[in-house]
Design a binder for this molecule. Structure first.
Ligand SMILES: [Zn+2]
Length: 106
């Protein structure tokens, strides 16, 4: 079991888990599921809920991390943009126009 990521929240973690499964990487959410597993009588131990994503195979660690970084980058409210000055299409990785150096508009 290899921890690859700690998500900010469960929604994000669920998205990432779906992403990895879509790409054929077997993974599981570890954290919430451990709560109560050893607690008899329904008493929940006072441990913090962790939104950790784990993969089973060590060979999946790097590709899984790469997918997650791609996903987070793509969902960071950034997309390809058009330079307002020269109309050039700029890839989202760049924050200014490679052609005329105009900054990306807000
Ligand atoms: Zn430009």
């Amino acid at each position: 079991m290899h921890k690859i990521f700690t998500a900010d929240n469960f929604v994000q973690l669920d998205q990432l888990r779906a992403l990895l499964l879509e790409n054929g990487i077997d993974c599981m959410h570890k954290g919430e599921s451990s709560i109560g597993s050893g607690a008899a009588g329904g008493e929940v131990p006072p441990i913090a809920i962790k939104n950790e994503l784990h993969v089973f195979e060590e060979s999946d660690v790097e590709p899984a991390k790469a997918l997650i970084i791609d996903f987070l980058t793509a969902h960071n409210d950034r997309s390809d943009w058009i330079c307002p000055k020269c109309g050039e299409k700029i890839e989202k990785e760049f924050s200014d126009c490679w052609k005329c150096s105009v900054d990306e508009p807000d």
